[in-house]
Ligand binder design. Structure first.
Ligand SMILES: [Ca+2]
Length: 184
């Protein structure tokens, strides 16, 4: 599935039905962020939000989700490829969890840009998000980072929209989601 490409683009897609996360869930996806000679930016995100299935935020460093639409209530697992001073980004590249736009935890990764598919697993169980990352399709034995968060309590509902956004700015990679799997 093609996500953001070309300059100043923001794209999102979500499962149209909400997912009740009170008993946990597992999500996994492959992605490709391709170098098309237009610089590096801005990245993509796996999103959990309670607002609606068609929302999309601004392009560029806002990654297609950082905006007022969720009233600040959004949890993201970002593959952030552009270090934005305005967003207080840590140096890239990394897989990072943000809560209400604020970076909470991250694991540094090798430069993810290229034609090879990279893989992310997001497990939510016992009020802990566990994030796994690999350059091949075998799930690692242990997460690269975790973050404790009671999702139903944070959102005020256990019924969340799960999906993705991606964005480009002046610098523009092509972003692809190459397969998604949800279990709960
Ligand atoms: Ca960024």
């Amino acid at each position: 599935m093609v996500m953001a490409s070309g300059q100043d683009s923001a794209v999102s897609f979500f499962k149209t039905a909400t997912t009740d996360v009170s008993c946990g869930f597992s999500a996994s996806f492959g992605f490709i962020i391709d170098d098309v000679g237009s610089g590096t930016g801005d990245g993509l995100a796996f999103l959990m939000q309670a607002t609606g299935p068609t929302v999309v935020g601004p392009y560029g460093e806002f990654l297609g989700y950082i905006s007022a639409y969720t009233k600040g209530k959004v949890v993201a697992v970002e593959i952030d490829t552009y270090t934005s001073p305005a967003q207080s980004d840590s140096a890239m590249p990394a897989v990072q969890v943000t809560v209400g736009y604020t970076e909470k935890t991250r694991c540094g990764i090798a430069d993810p840009i290229g034609v090879e598919t990279k893989y992310v697993w997001v497990d939510y169980a016992a009020k802990v998000l566990s994030i796994y990352y690999s350059t091949d399709s075998t799930k690692p034995g242990s997460p690269c980072t975790t973050w404790s968060l009671d999702l139903p309590k944070y959102f005020g509902t256990p019924n969340l929209y799960l999906g993705f956004s991606a964005a480009t700015g002046y610098f523009a990679n092509n972003h692809y989601i190459a397969g998604v799997e949800f279990t709960y």
